[in-house]
Design a protein around this ligand. Structure first.
Ligand code: MUC
Ligand code: MG
Length: 379
């Protein structure tokens, strides 16, 4: 054994967003990242991130809960074990804790980052190799105002940063949401693809009505229109419409993938490393979709640069990625805690070079934005 796990730290980091980001279930004005640092006996440090959206409004784990789970249950299990054997470490975590996939994902990323640094290779090389080093990235228009969203899209098209836009709907009355999406698609025409994410806000009848109108308006993809547990509703909608339907909340890991494939419930899988419980579980999930002819999409939990880059290495190593990615999280944040932010240009995210993730923490920025530091400054 060359290196053992020496210490693990989980830090809550609050970063402001560039504008309010309005989703069906929450309005975000800041994002909370859980940054994980795994220090090893050979002085190599690996970093990872677990981030969710709107506290507990998207998933079952909150940032505070993720930190508590790591500090109390997961970190003590890993201290002293072989840091170079990531799969054995994950098996150990799965023995002591059920679920808690976001927390496990952050730890797995940190262990993989450390091991790739030790070997002097990039994370995607450790994962078997990058099939692509540039990932198409869309942008989410979610200011809450149609005119502002159109202006934002025009600017990003002109800058050649994004040519696909996702709209967050499901907050307002169905007709208002459809009118909003149709107006944006009309304004952008053939110059951009436009998708919508309903974040489970519709019942099946509303979804049937809404999707019919969105399809007629030229919307390219419908994400998670109905509640995640209602797989039969998704199947009926997928059978009824030509516009592809994508599972996001309905798909966590391989077990969900099997059920969705069995029910022919969706056309596209939104993969997210945290939802699956890590990069290896994402590969297993993707393989099930792939084998069944389900197209794949690289999703985000609006992570910062560390989590986004971890996902980028994973998605780069997938054989198929027909729908590109939405790995724009760092661009939604006003500031960052890494030394060099990810590079976005010509509609793609560039996979960083360098060993491991290829991302280094800016210690001053981290000290500034960590939640406990702020608490200490309050008199
Ligand atoms: C989601 O539900 O897909 C991804 C992009 C965005 O704006 O929100 C997320 C979450
Ligand atoms: Mg979604």
């Amino acid at each position: 054994m060359n290196a053992t796990v020496h210490s693990i730290e989980a830090v809550l980091v609050d970063l402001p967003t560039i504008r309010a980001h309005q989703l069906a279930m929450a309005t975000m004005r800041q994002q909370t990242l859980v940054i994980v640092r795994v220090r090893c006996s050979d002085d190599v440090e690996g970093i990872g991130e677990a981030t969710t959206i709107g506290g507990l409004s998207y998933g079952d784990e909150s940032p505070e809960g993720i930190k508590l789970t790591i500090d109390t249950y997961l970190a003590p299990t890993l201290i002293g074990i072989d840091a170079t054997n990531v799969k054995a470490a994950m098996a150990r975590l799965n023995k002591v804790a059920r679920g808690n996939r976001f927390a496990k994902s952050a730890l797995e990323t940190a262990l993989l980052d450390a091991e790739a640094k030790r070997l002097g290779v990039s994370l995607s090389t450790l994962l078997g190799g990058a099939v692509r080093t540039a990932l198409p990235v869309l942008w989410t228009l979610a200011s809450g105002e149609t005119k502002r969203d159109i202006d934002e899209a025009e600017q990003l098209l002109a800058e050649r940063r994004h040519d696909t836009f996702k709209l967050k709907i499901g907050r307002r009355a169905l007709r208002d949401d459809v009118a909003h999406a149709a107006a944006i698609k009309r304004a952008l025409g053939e110059r951009a693809r436009v998708t919508v994410d309903v974040n489970q806000a519709w019942n099946e009848a509303e979804a049937a009505n809404g999707i019919a109108m969105l399809e007629a308006a030229g919307i390219d993809l419908i994400e998670q229109p109905t509640p995640r547990e209602q797989r039969a509703a998704l199947s009926r909608l997928a059978a009824r419409f030509v516009v592809p339907i994508m599972a996001d909340e309905a798909l966590t890991g391989p077990a969900d993938a099997i059920e969705l494939v069995r029910g022919a419930s969706v056309d596209v899988f939104a993969l997210k490393i945290s939802k699956a419980g890590g990069i290896y579980e994402t590969f297993r999930t993707a393989a099930i979709g792939d084998a069944a002819g389900v197209a794949l999409y690289g999703g985000t939990m609006l992570e910062g640069s560390i989590g986004t880059t971890a996902a980028a290495h994973c998605f780069a190593a997938l054989p198929q990625l027909a729908w590109g990615t939405e790995l724009f999280g760092p661009l939604l944040l006003k500031d960052d805690i890494v030394q060099e932010r990810p590079v976005y240009r010509d509609f793609i995210l560039q996979l960083p070079e360098g060993a491991g993730l290829g991302v280094a923490i800016d210690e001053d920025k981290l000290a500034h934005y960590r939640r406990d530091a702020k608490r200490m400054t309050v008199p």
